[in-house]
Design a protein around this ligand. Structure first.
Ligand code: KMH
Ligand code: ZN
Length: 311
């Protein structure tokens, strides 16, 4: 088995500041958390930017540049930028960070789905929200279609290729593997591919053992076991650690972090992203799986290297 690539997803764009006081929000907090997560064992950090004044998710390239530059100055960790954006952003706006930063890795969402966090809005009274935008932001996702049409995907493929950025393909359901296999057959996407199976999102596949097995078997059948590396993102607790453990046992890789889950144990908030990384490292060690350094992860994934980014 390859050494384990741990990704830390530090802040995301669906976790609300109201949900946890430990969510890094400002560029400096995100940089500090990235460095600590890397010291704990993360080979890659997945970053989203937030407006420094309002904490609202943003695709403003200057914010991403500040975060990526700050991380690069202090750590060898791989920086994977999001192209996910939020409900009010067009696919073109979501992609603009790729030509701006030419990162080693960027997320690539492989199909359109309902993507909703509206039940979270119902958990809080109006006066409990920390920021004025949060309630509407969360409840508005009831009608949100996360748009990733074939047209959007083709454009993003071109942008990624032009900037020599490797896509981290986010697969939220089995149909997304069929989308990817179509793109591979049409030679729009080249193998080997790097997949993240995202489970437990309201609108996508669940986090049951059978779901993971089925994603894996379908990827083997459609893409070929030798043509991809895979990781898992189990949204929520305990899914983050349950599907992570399963992936560690099966030879896949694992993502943890407050974008996906805010708990370190049942009802106990994680105090930092590093704490979540430390837990998955402990699980991996118990199961005899070694942890990949950033350079080992670069070799496993075939990345261009951090001397070829534009920040
Ligand atoms: N914005 C969410 C709907 C990614 O980072 O690429 C999904 C998302 C995933 O942001
Ligand atoms: Zn993300």
């Amino acid at each position: 088995m390859d050494k384990l690539i741990i990704t830390a997803a530090l802040t995301g764009n669906i976790t609300l500041p109201t949900q946890t006081p430990h969510l890094p929000l400002t560029p400096q907090q995100i940089i500090d958390d990235a460095v600590r997560a890397a010291e704990a064992g993360a080979a890659s950090v997945h970053i989203h930017g937030r407006d420094p004044n309002t904490a609202r998710p943003t695709t403003e390239p200057a914010v991403y540049r500040e975060i990526a530059t700050g991380i690069k100055a202090r750590s060898n960790v791989i920086v994977c930028v999001t192209t996910g954006g939020t409900a009010d952003m067009t696919p073109a706006q979501r992609a603009q960070v790729v030509p701006a930063l030419k990162p080693e890795l960027a997320t690539f969402n492989t199909g359109s789905i309902n993507f909703s966090i509206h039940p979270i809005a119902d958990r809080y009274k109006d006066e409990e929200f920390k920021f004025p935008w949060e309630k509407e932001f969360a409840s508005g996702t009831r009608d949100f279609i996360f748009r990733n049409t074939f047209g959007d995907i083709e454009k993003l493929c071109q942008i990624m290729e032009e900037n020599n950025t490797k896509p981290e393909f986010e697969v939220y359901d089995v149909g997304h593997l069929y989308n990817l296999s179509f793109l591979i057959r049409r030679k729009i996407v080249k193998t080997p591919v790097w997949l993240q199976f995202v489970t437990g999102i309201l609108g996508g596949i669940g986090s049951a053992l059978e779901d993971i097995m089925y994603l894996r078997q379908t990827a083997d059948r459609l893409i070929g076991a030798e043509n991809y590396k895979w990781s898992v993102i189990g949204a929520g607790y305990p899914a983050e650690f349950n599907v992570g453990t399963l992936s560690i046992m099966m030879g896949g890789h694992a993502r943890v972090g407050m974008e996906d889950n805010i708990f370190i144990a049942k009802g106990v908030l994680a105090k930092s992203n590093a704490e979540l990384v430390e837990k998955i490292v402990r699980i991996a060690r118990e199961l005899g799986r070694e942890i990949a350094t950033p350079d080992e992860a670069r070799a496993i994934l075939g990345l261009k290297g951090k001397d070829k980014v534009n920040y």
